[in-house]
Design a protein around this ligand. Structure first.
Ligand code: ADP
Ligand code: MG
Ligand code: MG
Length: 870
């Protein structure tokens, strides 16, 4: 079995086997880009490593042979006493995973080879700089020695030499440093291997081992990365960015990861190696400066960046190193980006002809669309900026200051809004980042760890705010003479880099042109229409602005909740005779008609689905204890007391043990037809008036909680009766439909009977989930549902993500039976699932005509509908 691939043997489509990093290194070699020679040990080897004892021994000869091939290409020998070959050992899973092993650079150095390296490079400082880096990295990553001691000793070396930066430490001082480093390793009870082959073997072992470290496992859980993947090991010939001023190392995005602007966006450091740029130790300079520093190199880099973008048809994130004026590419991958950048890159690449419409749409995820709808700081609001850092990940965050990642994870996990403040972040902090509203770091650039992770998670981040002086022990930070303590409230603006003390007001985001275009493209691809649930003209307008193609649920009961209407509604409910009831209904009818006029007008030309009264009547009365209290305050013989007593009597009469399954829905219309008649009149009058004015009004009248053919027939006749009369009187032509919700298992099972009278079905999956599982949502969510998800009873809360096996099966039956009687029956969904991407995919599969969700979720649903259709 082949477990090792040279770079020249692999390609980009071998990502599962070679890992992302390895596959792309191979691909770049294949198309002739300057990649240092190397090889990849496959992810299959990783599985073997975990299955078999001493697996590495069994492939060791192959590793040696691969090194020999690299030696040939590089023209250097591993472990040689002249011009030795050094390598980096890098992990790389099929998907990017910062939770895994850190890269080890300069592997192959020992007291002999370091002297040889100094000689061949003609630079002692460089050789010992490489050596001290190697000892520290290897000790940390492979031997598990605490790096604090190394850092402290390094700081002392800078002090001794009287310099600020590591690269200024002279060779003599570095030699002493290396000697002390070895002591530190010994003191930690570890032995530093001097044999390069032993170093290599231990490093490979460490990469495989790192697949199952707690932080890697956590990262996979959070990001839903399958356990089966495994990591590959990349062994790459070292190239050196720390050989002097004609050397350097950097990272660069081909387009801005924050905004998506089509412009190289990166940072580099002269005379530096590896992670110096992202570690935030020295603050790097923007890539544009490279054009002045090394014009040749810049031109070459620019050419390669564009080429890679064309080759991969996506924005790239590239790592490069310049060794004595020669450019090497060390990694490329599709660049992580903010939601806004994802949209812009997708739309612009579509315009540039690099990708087609389907690809453009699939470049943006529903989660990213959701992020774009996150609130922003109101730029016009007055505010004092405490400090400004780099705008590393956009969006606004407000929360209490926390300095410790574990604490952030704990408090954030409980739902508290916290902002994590750190000198810089490491992969060990990821759980804290995940649970925070946002993160502020005093060091690190736009490509620092904190920035990259925050952008991936959609968390606002301000990085490199150097004026922030953090005292981790005291849990405070200062900016000038201002001291900020733990638990103080901070607002971060990751779009501007501003940090504000206290809580700022946030405002709704706006849609830009690119976003509109992307969603319009999604609409072209989608088979489902996206409608919205809206009860007021304002909601209807918003829904339309967000691109809703109809209203799938207008809940009429919400119209009765307005302060001035409650007394009328109450009187209607309390009424004991039909006459009294009708008198109150007449008043309500005028109000309802007003509402419908507003909504119909906002939605003219598009269908509006109006659900007739659904909740049990007692919900409109005050609670009995409240009434008792009110009564106690009144004169017992007064008129007021009488009225309250009457209300109380009625409330007692209407009281239900289980209102969810009680006297509600069409049962109200059956027993009190005058209520539904009133609503139908209001609908038809409003619709006819507007039709007369020349607007196109399309009402769909929806009967809730139907379970029997009898009910459906009666309600259809009731609505048609009212409609025929009003339409005739007004002399207009009005097309309308009468349909029902499918929210009882029985309704689904007898859908063929219902479809004789129902012209459309809308799956009310909130109630349908309750009635199918026999859970009362309000009782279940607080009590056992979360535990159920934890126990694995189901993967997701079925009220959030549609239960395909049960609820979905009922929907399928309803659709099939409905179509068998009425082939063109209109089918939709109006539960909250209508805005959930996975549930939308299911609705697409059932061939529903539309999903309806809250106005704010319409953009998410539009994209999801397109993705479902691809
Ligand atoms: P990560 O997955 O964390 O990005 P990498 O394996 O890409 O880790 O490496 C970390 C750093 O080391 C990067 O800056 C990379 O460019 C640099 N690096 C890795 N291999 C080499 C090499 N052979 N020569 C020079 N620099 C290298
Ligand atoms: Mg790393
Ligand atoms: Mg890398």
């Amino acid at each position: 079995k082949k477990y090792i691939y040279d770079f020249c043997e692999g390609s980009a489509d071998m990502r599962t086997l070679l890992g992302g990093k390895g596959a792309n290194l191979a691909e770049m070699s294949r198309i002739g880009l300057p990649v240092p020679p190397g090889f990849i040990i496959t992810t299959e080897a990783c599985h073997k490593y975990w299955e078999e004892k001493d697996f590495i021994a069994s492939i060791w000869e192959d590793v040696q042979a691969a090194v020999a091939r690299v030696e040939k290409l590089a023209g250097k020998k591993f472990g040689a006493s002249v011009d030795p070959l050094l390598v980096s050992v890098r992990s790389g899973a099929p998907v990017s995973m910062p939770g895994m092993m850190d890269t080890i650079l300069n592997l192959g150095l020992n007291d002999d080879t370091v002297a040889a390296l100094a000689k061949s490079a003609g630079d002692e400082r460089f050789a010992y700089d490489s050596y001290r880096r190697f000892i520290q990295m290897f000790s940390d990553v492979v031997l598990g020695v605490d790096i604090v001691k190394f850092e402290e000793r390094l700081a002392k070396a800078r002090e001794n030499a009287g310099v600020k930066a590591d690269y200024q430490i002279p060779a003599g001082e570095l030699k002493k440093l290396v000697a002390d480093y070895k002591e530190i390793v010994k003191e930690a009870g570890r032995e530093f291997p001097t044999d390069p082959w032993k170093q290599l073997r231990l490093a490979i072992d460490a990469v495989f081992r790192s697949w199952n470290t707690p932080r890697a496992i956590t990262y996979r859980k959070i990001n839903k990365i399958p356990e089966e993947y495994g990591t590959a090991v990349n062994v790459v010939t070292m190239v050196f960015g720390n050989l002097g001023d004609d050397c350097g190392t950097g990272v660069c995005f081909t387009r801005s990861p924050s905004t998506g602007e089509n412009k190289l966006f990166g940072e580099y450091l002269i005379n530096a190696q590896g992670e110096d740029v992202v570690a935030g130790i020295r603050t790097p300079v923007p890539i544009a400066a490279l054009e002045k520093d090394m014009p040749e190199v810049y031109r070459e880099f620019h050419r390669i960046a564009k080429l890679l973008e064309k080759h991969y048809r996506d924005a790239q994130d590239i790592e490069f190193t310049v060794e004595r004026g020669k450019l090497y590419i060390l990694q490329t991958r599709n660049g992580k980006r903010t939601a806004a950048a994802a949209v812009r890159v997708a739309v612009e690449m579509l315009h540039e002809g690099l990708i087609d419409e389907a690809t453009a749409v699939s470049r943006v995820s529903p989660e990213q669309v959701e992020q774009l709808l996150h609130p922003q700081i109101d730029a016009k609001a007055k505010h004092d900026v405490l400090v400004k850092g780099l705008p590393a990940s956009p969006g606004a965050a407000v929360g209490r200051v926390v300095f410790d990642a574990d604490e952030a994870a704990e408090r954030g996990g409980k739902g508290e809004a916290v902002v994590l403040v750190r000198p810089e972040t490491t992969p060990d902090d990821i759980h804290g980042l995940f649970a925070s509203q946002g993160v502020l770091t005093s060091h690190g650039g736009m490509t620092s760890h904190a920035a990259v992770v925050a952008r991936g998670l959609g968390k606002p981040c301000v990085s490199g705010a150097e004026a922030v002086k953090i005292d981790l022990a005291a849990e405070t930070f200062t900016v000038g003479d201002v001291t900020v303590k733990k638990d103080d409230i901070l607002t971060l603006d990751g779009s501007s880099g501003e940090v504000i003390l206290g809580k700022m007001a946030l405002m709704e985001p706006k849609f830009d042109e690119n976003f509109r275009e992307l969603l319009a493209t999604a609409d072209k691809i989608a088979k489902l229409h996206v409608w919205a649930n809206a009860d007021t003209p304002e909601d209807a307008k918003r829904a339309r602005d967000f691109g809703a193609k109809g209203i799938g649920l207008c809940r009429t009961e919400h119209m009765f909740m307005a302060a001035e209407r409650i007394p009328v509604m109450e009187a209607m409910v309390v009424a004991t005779t039909k006459e009294e009831r009708v008198a109150q209904l007449d008043k309500l009818e005028k109000m309802q008609e007003e509402d419908f006029l507003g909504i119909f007008e906002a939605m003219q030309g598009l269908p509006v689905t109006i659900r007739l009264l659904d909740p049990p009547l007692h919900e409109f009365l005050p609670k009995i204890p409240e009434l008792e209290k009110a009564l106690a305050k009144r004169d017992p013989n007064g008129a007021e007391a009488k009225k309250i007593s009457a209300t109380m009597a009625r409330a007692r009469e209407l009281h239900e043990q289980n209102p969810m399954l009680g006297f509600r829905g069409c049962r109200l219309g059956m027993i009190y037809p005058e209520i539904y008649e009133m609503q139908a009149r209001a609908i038809f009058n409003a619709a006819c008036k507007l039709t007369k004015r020349g607007l196109r009004i399309i009402p769909d009248i929806m009967i809730p909680l139907v379970g029997t053919e009898f009910e459906m027939k009666a309600m259809r006749e009731l609505v048609d009766g009212v409609g025929a009369k009003i339409i005739e009187e007004s002399g207009v032509k009005l097309e309308y439909l009468v349909g029902t919700m499918i929210e009882l298992p029985r309704a689904a099972l007898v859908a063929d009977q219902l479809a004789k009278y129902a012209q459309f079905f809308s799956c009310g999956t909130n109630d349908l989930t309750q009635t199918t599982f026999g859970y009362s949502r309000d009782d279940a969510e607080g009590k056992f549902l979360a535990e159920y998800v934890q126990m694995g009873v189901f993967k997701e809360n079925p009220f959030a993500q549609l239960d395909r096996d049960g609820v979905g099966a009922l929907m399928e039956i309803a659709a099939a039976k409905g179509r068998s009687v009425r082939p063109d029956i209109k089918l939709g969904i109006c539960g909250e699932h209508g805005g959930n991407p996975s549930s939308i995919a299911f609705c697409n599969k059932l061939g529903l005509n539309y999903v309806s969700c809250s106005p704010f979720r319409v953009p998410v649903a539009r994209l999801s509908a397109a993705l479902a259709a691809l």
